[in-house]
Design a protein around this ligand. Structure first.
Ligand SMILES: [Zn+2]
Length: 120
């Protein structure tokens, strides 16, 4: 089971998910009130690094996409709580850390994700 996440990795994923949640909430708030830019005052270092990874998708996203992503992040946080985080919802195999770095709220491994996309 060498693919399982260490406590440090889980902690880092928790921080990443919190930052992602805050960024999405800021986006939703700023689009709600109109023209205000997303507020990155708090946790700047973490958020600006996270921005590099996610800026494009978040900025291009409409509010519904942002809300769906927020739900996905909340579900990922719940999986961190119950210990199922990092395991694929379908095949229950560990999701690679590379995939989780790119997509911290990923509910499925890359194989199952491409399977479910192929079914659409
Ligand atoms: Zn899978």
């Amino acid at each position: 089971m060498t693919d399982e996440l260490t406590k440090q990795q889980l902690k880092a994923m928790s921080s990443t998910l919190d930052a992602l949640k805050a960024a999405i909430e800021s986006l939703l708030e700023s689009t709600e009130s109109g023209t205000e830019p997303v507020n990155l005052k708090n946790n700047q270092g973490r958020l600006s690094r996270m921005d590099e990874l996610h800026n494009q998708s978040i900025l291009l996203a409409n509010r519904n996409v942002a809300k769906n992503r927020l739900r996905s992040v909340m579900q990922a946080k719940a999986r961190l709580e119950d210990g199922s985080f990092g395991f694929c919802l379908d095949c229950e195999e560990p999701i690679t850390i590379e995939r989780l770095h790119a997509y911290p709220d990923a509910p499925r491994c890359i194989e199952c994700q491409s399977d479910s996309e192929a079914l659409r």
